[in-house]
Design a protein. Structure first.
Length: 171
């Protein structure tokens, strides 16, 4: 295996592992450092061990595909469940990302020969990631705005103890 192939597979599994950490930390709203470390440490240890195994011991494409699919499906389930439970205002964008990523994942799993001699499954996977990435970052922006607005409202109500009682009177 060439050095660039090693980098390709290693960076892909590292990105998927990081995305799983992000999904868990964001959906569980973990703000303190200790819970974040408790989530991140085992995932980092597993991903690092997996990358070392692939690059230094034996490259097993099938094993790597299984690891990537399991981690990918786990994070898709986490995000879709959270979007349903949280009723986040941008949840439809999130679900678009989840379904788009699931479709793109199927392109990687069920590889097929090039259509019209040009577009194979991997090329179509790369093409599918463009709109998914745009939608993902649009969700991230909306989530940041939503969280900021919630924190501002929370800090305003905490600084004005009479705001809640006054708002009840006007209702």
């Amino acid at each position: 295996m060439t050095f660039t192939e090693m980098l390709d597979y290693s960076s892909a599994v590292a990105l998927i592992g990081y995305s799983l950490m992000l999904a868990i930390i964001r959906t569980l709203n973990l703000r303190a450092e200790a819970p974040r470390v408790m989530v991140a440490a085992p995932i980092i240890a597993f991903i690092t061990t997996h990358i070392l195994y692939l690059n230094l011991y034996k490259f097993d494409y099938g094993l790597n595909m299984i690891v990537c699919v399991v981690i990918g499906v786990a994070q898709l389930l986490i995000w879709s469940t959270w979007g349903f439970i949280s009723r986040h205002p941008a949840r439809f964008k999130l679900w678009g990302v989840v379904f788009g990523a699931a479709f793109a994942m199927l392109l990687e799993i069920f590889d097929f020969p090039p259509l019209w001699g040009i577009f194979d499954a991997h090329a179509m996977w790369h093409a599918a990631t463009l709109p998914i990435t745009y939608l993902w970052w649009s969700f991230i922006k909306d989530d940041a705005i939503f969280r900021t607005e919630m924190l501002v409202k929370k800090s305003q109500s905490a600084s004005d103890p009479f705001a809640e009682s006054e708002s009840r009177k006007t209702q």
